[in-house]
Design a protein around this ligand. Structure first.
Ligand code: GDP
Length: 160
């Protein structure tokens, strides 16, 4: 989850099919992929939902977060608004039913280093204050994309 245009669909298509599209169309509503991942000698089947960040879909988003095991909150390191909204996304889990949801903060588009407006240290500080790990990634150049989902699987395994 995360604001529109931060690269959620691109991270999913890089992870699921190893493709990147410069002109990806915005997600309308909700989309999902299933993908198998090896961890600790086990095959884990992940069902990953891409939750659209646009305001008009926010009531829909509330419905989809019921019953999930983990949430990857994505912002764009070149977009300060998407970073400001990280708190909004993380607060979706501040109720009893979702106390065990494993979370991870991702700063995407780290290939755009000259356009960066959110420093690594600033994002790490926010992640620390929310008590969740922080990873910088790029759906475009593939950096850390696999690590996002591997970290999620490993951390989800620890809570079950
Ligand atoms: P979503 O609305 O969060 O699903 O965002 P999209 O995946 O549709 O991406 C929005 C735009 O950002 C598209 O033009 C993508 O090509 C671009 N984009 C996504 N990830 C990256 C990345 O890691 N680096 C760069 N440079 N562009 C990206």
């Amino acid at each position: 989850m995360g604001d529109a245009n931060v690269g959620k669909s691109s991270l999913l298509s890089r992870f699921g099919n190893d493709v990147f599209n410069e002109t990806a169309a915005p997600t309308v509503g909700v989309d999902f992929i299933t993908h198998r991942l090896q961890s600790d000698g086990k095959t884990i089947r992940l069902q990953i939902w891409d939750i659209a960040g646009e305001e008009r879909f926010r009531s829909l988003t509330d419905t989809y977060v019921q019953g999930i095991d983990g949430a990857v909150i994505v912002f764009d390191i070149t977009n300060s608004n998407s970073f400001k909204n990280v708190r909004y996304w993380s607060e979706m889990f501040n109720n009893n039913q979702s106390a065990n949801v494993v979370k991870l903060l991702v700063g995407n588009k780290c290939d755009l280093s000259t356009e960066r407006v959110i420093e690594h240290s600033e994002a790490k500080e926010l992640a620390d204050s929310l008590n969740i790990p922080y990873i910088e990634a790029s759906a475009k150049d593939t950096s850390n994309v696999h690590e996002i989902f591997l970290t999620m699987v490993n951390n989800m395994a620890k809570t079950t």
